[in-house]
Design a protein around this ligand. Structure first.
Ligand code: ADP
Ligand code: MG
Length: 386
């Protein structure tokens, strides 16, 4: 039938399947609950406006081509060589992408050649989970492009498997939950044993508050062993205390646990996790009833616990927390895996600028690298961009 004989308004012939598919997944700020995830405990992250976009398109050749706008050159892997260990150290970053494709294939999802391009504005290695933003954007885009129909918990699991088993970073899964399940004006109470996620109201604007983030620029490196060391200590403490994980001990068992652990380092590590789980649940309780300001002391106590018991802060981070508190923050703490990275401060918007400038001045006085600051709100998790 010629087009002229068609009645007016007849749609054009169906267009070819779209060849590109783009998804965006956010980074996250963990409001409280640090190093509790791998102890089967509780954490309270939120997705932030910074994120990663991943675009997937088909390729004729049987290769996976990985491009990052933030890195040089594409990395190419033959599909039949796609396995952990396939990448050189220089190309390790591409493992967060290739690892997702590998994890999908491990689950029986086959695919032909693909090109995946990522573009992220999440600061790398700053504790805002650029890695989960990357992995989750790719998992969501591949799921859509290949028509796999995976649900959100499966996307979390695939992105986590890429990070744990392909890249080899033994992280605990909170980051992927936040990036996939994030909700506007909500933090997510995550039970890392059941992987249940409860969105809890956290409307900063309505409460007349802002969450200031200071990227201290102090180096942070999860894969250099310190994270694994903390993880091992927690597992050892749980074993000695005869529980599956430290999550199984509440505050009421703390003093008995302290009596039973044989050395001071294990006592400190366990005390952080046990008290941090308690603080996280208390924080969620306050937020459920709209008491945003009142969580301040819990945030600050969490920082002290990370500094003194878990020993994962660095001087830059401790200084930023001190300055934010001196400049009127209701509470302040390091967020993320630690040994550098970002500090958050809950404060009134009118105070944020002066507080951020005061941190810059304090750093200049000590010859630290100049920090960068911005504010964040809680946003929606992974979503398709059209
Ligand atoms: P964080 O998740 O806190 O930012 P990680 O060490 O877990 O820190 O992850 C950072 C790693 O993620 C980088 O070293 C790099 O391998 C990878 N990555 C993150 N964003 C990008 C990007 N835009 N392009 C390439 N690699 C990235
Ligand atoms: Mg990470």
């Amino acid at each position: 039938m010629s087009s002229t004989s068609e009645p007016a308004g007849t749609p054009e012939p169906a267009e070819a399947e779209p060849v590109e598919c783009t998804w965006r997944a956010p980074g996250r700020v963990n409001l409280i609950g640090e190093h509790t995830d791998y102890n089967d405990g509780f954490c309270l992250p939120m997705a932030i406006p910074h994120g990663c976009t991943a675009t997937v398109s088909p390729l004729a050749e049987p290769v996976l081509e990985v491009v990052s706008v933030q890195r040089e050159g594409p990395v190419e892997i033959a599909l039949d060589e796609l396995a952990p260990g396939a990448l050189s150290d220089d190309d390790e970053w591409a493992g967060y992408v290739a690892g997702v494709a590998w994890a999908l294939r491990e689950r029986g999802h086959e695919f032909a050649g693909l090109s995946i391009t990522v573009d992220s504005d999440v600061p790398v290695g700053a504790g805002l989970s650029s890695s989960a933003a990357l992995g989750c954007s790719v998992a969501a885009a591949l799921n859509d492009h290949l028509g796999l129909g995976l649900d959100r918990p499966e996307l979390v699991s695939v992105a986590r498997q890429a990070e744990n088993d392909f890249v080899g970073a033994p992280t605990g899964g909170m980051d992927q939950l936040a990036s996939i399940f994030g909700e506007r004006n909500r933090v997510l109470l995550c039970d890392m044993r059941t992987l249940d996620v409860e969105p809890v109201p956290f409307d900063l604007e309505a409460a007349g508050l802002t969450l200031l983030v200071i990227d201290t620029k102090a180096p942070h490196q999860l894969t250099d062993g310190l994270y694994g060391e903390r993880r091992d200590a927690c597992e050892q403490a749980a074993r000695l205390l005869g529980v599956p994980a430290l999550r199984d001990l509440g505050l009421e068992e703390l003093s008995d646990a302290m009596d039973r652990l044989p050395d001071e380092t294990l006592r400190k590590r366990a005390r952080h996790v046990i008290t941090e789980n308690d603080r996280t649940l208390a924080c969620a309780d306050l937020l459920r009833t709209g008491q945003l300001r009142q969580i301040g002391p819990l945030l600050t106590a969490s920082h002290a616990s990370m500094r003194d018991d878990f020993e994962i802060t660095v001087p830059e981070v401790d200084l930023a927390v001190e300055v934010l508190l001196a400049f009127g923050a209701f509470g302040a703490r390091m967020t993320g895996g630690g040994f550098g990275g970002c500090v958050i401060g809950l404060m009134e918007p009118a105070q944020a600028r002066a507080a951020a400038l005061a941190v810059v001045a304090a750093y200049a006085g000590r010859d630290y690298v100049e920090p960068v600051s911005f504010t964040v709100t809680a946003v929606d998790g992974a979503h398709r961009l059209d």
